[in-house]
Design a protein around this ligand. Structure first.
Ligand SMILES: *Cc1c(COP(=O)(O)O)cnc(C)c1O
Length: 406
């Protein structure tokens, strides 16, 4: 394989749009361009029918009623709508929300906003595996708690939380359960009704659909859940989210959901095989650690730390020819270590030296072989040049070294 050919292993950041999805979308730009809210002519009806079909395709993927799907501009907006919308809607019942320290920023920052508005938020720790402590969760619920927001699968580590157990606790305590399921939907089976999830955010561009369209699942019965709209206007989406629907985007989202439904089990099997190969080969390098639970994890993701090899530097050894993520994708403009890895208890030596490798539908065997070669070569090269690594190998306790400042 040409060493300069780009390899994409950052599918947790975004996935390429499947060509079959693009094909389904195209007629809705120029031919069937109607506004789905135009009720009195065929242009509108055509658009509305296309939206209805997509709503069904998406609802089918997660085994819910199509009336429970509220279209948004993506998962960020769906997270905002769920958290701020529940906070406003259930203000009479209480003002307390529980979430995890390892959530996506869309959830954490929505919670921060809720705190500014007078709400109280508990940010639960996770253990070394990245998993919530169910007893701590239960103990944190008070009579003021209105919402528990815990993500399905983590975007950095792929760690899957015990959703059914969390759902059972929420049901027993009578609090709503919201989940950011962006990283799980379309990759593994997700059935919110069976798990006791009442609100669930996800997005098309992480499941081979287009960017700029997502959804919030809102449970309609037992209990009937409502959220206060955060965008006000024409009263679209049952009054929960106004704005002219992105018809081509929604059509693409629907097609993407349909493809995932038929292809995901085979795809997951293939990708976990490739991921395991990648992981096994990279773990042959000494002082290499996998971050987060390897038992409760998405099939296509690995998060690996190479001790004393700084992630950004490592990426330069292969000229950024492999699209991967070091540290937190969303803050990777800064060189702050990932707050998710810090929450898992990693020290600086490992938190700064992590790579997240996320495979996808279009990842090939050859690409994985090339990635193994380039990443292994890069780690060895970095260590050969590193005085820190040399000291470490000589058995010097680096924590005890007094580094002088000039
Ligand atoms: C990507 C991602 C989001 C943001 O989704 P957008 O559609 O890009 O707004 C939210 N949560 C998680 C877990 C994600 O991975």
């Amino acid at each position: 394989m040409n060493p300069n050919k780009l390899i994409y292993l950052d599918n947790n950041a975004t996935t390429p749009t499947d060509p079959r999805v693009v094909e389904a979308m195209l007629p809705y730009f120029t031919q069937h361009f109607g506004n789905a809210a135009s009720r009195n002519h065929p242009f509108g009806w055509e658009a509305e029918n296309a939206v209805d079909k997509a709503r069904e395709q998406i609802a089918n993927l997660i085994n819910v009623d199509s009336r429970e799907i509220i279209f948004t501009s993506g998962a960020t907006e769906a997270d905002n709508l769920a958290i701020k919308g529940v906070f406003e809607m259930y203000a009479k019942k209480g003002n307390h929300i529980i979430t995890l320290k390892t959530e996506h920023k869309a959830v954490l920052d929505s919670c921060k906003k809720v705190e500014k508005l007078g709400g109280e938020v508990t940010y639960l720790d996770v253990n070394r595996e990245g998993l919530v402590d169910l007893e701590a969760l239960e103990a944190a619920i008070t009579d003021k708690t209105i919402l528990v927001s815990i993500m399905f699968a983590n975007n950095e580590t792929g760690v899957i939380q015990p959703m059914k157990e969390i759902g059972d606790i929420c049901a027993r305590k009578g609090v709503l359960f919201m989940s950011d399921a962006t990283q799980a939907i379309g990759k593994i089976p997700v059935d919110p009704k069976a798990l006791g999830i009442h609100l669930m955010a996800f997005t098309a561009h992480k499941m081979y659909g287009p960017k700029g369209v997502g959804a919030l699942f809102v449970n309609r019965k037992n209990p009937r859940v409502k959220v206060t709209s955060q965008l006000d206007g024409g009263g679209h989406e049952r009054g929960m989210r106004s704005g002219t629907l992105n018809v081509p985007g929604i059509v693409g989202f629907g097609k993407a959901a349909e493809l995932c439904q038929t292809e995901m089990s085979e795809e997951a099997q293939r990708l976990s095989g490739l991921r395991d190969k990648l992981e096994t080969e990279l773990c042959k390098i000494e002082e290499t650690y996998i971050n987060g639970s390897t038992e409760n994890r998405m099939p296509h993701v690995t998060n690996i730390s190479f001790k004393h090899v700084e992630g950004e530097g490592l990426m330069m050894t292969f000229n950024q020819n492999i699209g991967v993520s070091s540290g937190s994708a969303c803050t990777s403009a800064s060189l702050e270590p990932s707050y998710v890895l810090i929450a898992l208890g990693l020290g600086d030596d490992l938190a700064h030296s992590s790579l997240r490798l996320s495979l996808g539908r279009f990842t090939t065997d050859e690409e994985i072989d090339a990635a193994i070669e380039q990443i292994s070569g890069g780690v060895n090269h970095m260590r050969d040049l590193s005085p820190i690594w040399e000291m470490y190998k000589e058995g010097i306790d680096l924590d005890a070294v007094e580094w002088s400042e000039h």
